[in-house]
Design a protein around this ligand. Structure first.
Ligand code: FAD
Ligand code: DLZ
Ligand code: SF4
Length: 527
């Protein structure tokens, strides 16, 4: 059972003998928001908040150590905040006695407090929803209303549509929230300023990136624990600089708004050697664990445009990512159901190659993105989509393995947002629900949007032969092997016409060289 958004307070259960029975209020590591629906439904006088650090959540995929540290440190600080507000919090630290799963901890606490009922804000992952439903406890689910669209808003909008397109959903959301609206019309006369947001990399970047929050004693304790328990996971724990409280996350928001937002739009799609942040916000980890709300972030950006300090293309582009894409992908995740992350429409089955885990590669674009992912648990959207994602799709990697990788390595990765982006947008494994065509490109796109190719051991302008950019080979291999599915796609006709105009001998050479590359990749050779 899930109470609908805004259902408000429900009365505490009264035990037959007349005293108020304790209920458990589950707060998960990505539910660190003061106004959480389960907390609103509970009574601090008699209910107990349960928070638990458990091995199962840190290992069901091998999460990046920085991500685990972010979640655990923020959980501890949120628990202290709740206690300060008068809540009784039964908190289990990973190095204390306890169970190793969320449900195990709930059962242990239920026994300790004589509780049978649990109030939970619906988790952002089918796996945990299922586990809670199957638990021998009465779990009352409360809708997660920390979003701008409810699940039923999205379902109503999607109902009866043959194709779901983010742009139209986004317009609905602009109208619903009034963000960047003049009455019923978009400010500036256009809904979308993306055409102004595809500039090639700038000469230099005059923004130092997100603010760094040096670990305090409490965070240091978490870091030591994470090192000891998860030190073998892919990723560098140090230096750890994430915000772990709402106050710090608000500082990070203000920092972005003041220093990076004005240039966000222009260089949103650009990629540069050793420049990992450019003008991106690095706010997704804080949004996704609940330290910031999407509305306050959008409103802060809108206010900057109203004050004349940031241009409309930057502000609209930024708001669209949150109000549009973030809400849209969440809608898809819940609409499509629990099997969504396992889809494999293109039948890809190759194993994820070791270069995704940091093995050396001569491909500078992949090497840069994987290294920065390893160091920071962060890569921006185009790096995820057009470098690692593009490569995995062209190379025919099993989307389930790709999904597990993205879920593990990014600090902002939670399945409701990660799966539609990976399985849908990036790997086309949902058969075209999130995107109407696959995001594939040859090396030319990466060359245009980055300065990676200049220092690569391959040559981007070379189509075949020794030193040819592997993206150039794999791109045609992908189109050729999926011809039956894609040649009728109106957005892909030009690509097939270009392929068909090539001489047969050149086509054969491309396919043979692509196959040789894939064979070497599969054999674990350095590529
Ligand atoms: P900015 O570029 O500053 O954008 C602002 C905000 O917009 C972000 O903080 C984020 O909340 C939101 N946003 C932007 N694009 C998207 C999008 N496509 N979907 C949802 N929200 C978006 N985002 C996640 O939050 N978690 C993920 O696990 C995740 N996995 C991804 C996997 C793949 C294969 C791809 C292609 C994209 C993925 N994204 C994911 C979307 C996007 O890459 C990140 O939201 C963004 O890079 C976060 O960095 P930022 O905060 O600097 O974003
Ligand atoms: C990501 C994560 C990690 C690493 N550890 C915990 C944890 O120990 N306890 C917890 O409550 N939550 C953790 N999380 C976040 C959960 O995995 C997240 O709530 C679910 O995936 C649902 O989105
Ligand atoms: Fe990547 Fe090809 Fe450019 Fe090298 S030449 S950086 S492999 S796109």
């Amino acid at each position: 059972m899930e109470k609908d958004e805004g259902a408000g307070w429900i009365l505490p259960v009264v035990a037959p003998i007349g005293r108020l029975m304790t209920r458990l209020v589950l707060v998960l590591g990505d539910q660190l928001s003061e106004g959480l629906s389960a907390l609103r439904a509970a009574d601090p006088a008699c209910d107990v908040v349960v928070m638990a650090e458990v091995m199962a959540e840190g290992t069901y995929v091998p999460h990046h150590p920085k991500k685990i540290a972010l979640v655990l440190a923020a959980m501890r600080k949120f628990a202290a905040h709740l206690r300060g507000q008068g809540w009784q919090v039964a908190y289990r630290r990973l190095d204390e006695e306890g169970a190793e799963t969320i449900v195990g901890e709930l059962l242990r606490r239920a026994e300790e407090f004589g509780a049978v009922e649990v109030l939970a804000t619906t988790p952002g992952e089918w796996r945990l929803i299922r586990a809670l439903k199957e638990a021998p406890l009465t779990v009352h689910f409360h809708a997660d209303d920390r979003f701008l669209a409810t699940r039923s808003d999205f379902a109503d909008w999607a109902d009866g549509k043959k194709q779901l397109r983010m742009e139209y959903f986004y317009r609905l959301m602009r109208r619903k929230t009034g963000l960047l609206m003049e009455g019923d019309r978009p400010v500036g006369g256009k809904w979308n300023y993306d055409a102004e947001n595809r500039k090639a990399p700038p000469k230099g970047v005059d923004h130092p990136g997100p603010p760094q929050f040096p670990p305090d004693t409490e965070v240091e304790e978490v870091l030591a624990l994470v090192e000891a328990r998860f030190g073998t996971h892919f990723g560098h724990l140090h230096p750890f600089w994430f915000a772990t409280t709402r106050a710090q996350a608000l500082e990070a928001l203000q920092h972005f708004i003041a220093h990076a937002l004005p240039r966000f739009g222009d260089f949103q799609d650009a990629m540069m050697v050793d420049e990992r942040w450019l003008y991106h916000s690095i706010l997704s980890p804080y949004l996704n664990i609940g330290l910031l709300s999407p509305l306050e972030v959008c409103q802060a950006a809108e206010a900057e445009w109203q004050a004349g300090r940031a241009p409309l293309n930057a502000v609209e582009g930024f708001i669209r990512q949150i109000l549009g894409w973030r809400e849209f992908v969440r809608g898809i995740y819940f609409l499509e159901g629990a099997d969504y992350p396992t889809r494999n429409a293109l039948g890809h089955s190759r194993a994820l190659p070791p270069l995704f885990w940091g093995a050396p590669t001569g491909m500078q674009c992949l090497s840069q993105v994987v290294r920065q992912t390893q160091e920071e648990a962060y890569a921006h959207h185009i790096q995820r989509l057009m470098v690692t994602g593009n490569f995995a799709l062209l190379a025919g990697i099993d989307p389930a393995e790709v999904h597990d990788w993205y879920l593990a390595v990014y600090a902002d990765a939670f399945e409701w947002v990660e799966a539609p982006n990976t399985v849908g947008m990036s790997q086309f494994a949902d058969g075209g629900i999130v995107g109407s065509k696959p995001y594939v490109s040859s090396g030319a796109y990466i060359h245009r949007m980055s300065n990676y190719c200049g220092s690569c051991s391959y040559r981007v302008e070379q189509k075949t032969g020794e030193g040819a950019c592997p993206f150039n080979l794999l791109y045609w291999h992908f189109l050729d092997r999926h011809r039956a599915r894609f040649e009728g796609n109106p957005r892909m006709g030009n690509m097939y016409r270009t392929w068909d105009r090539m001489e047969a001998e050149k086509q054969d050479r491309i396919i043979a060289e692509a196959e040789d590359f894939l064979r070497r990749l599969e054999a674990g050779e350095e590529v």
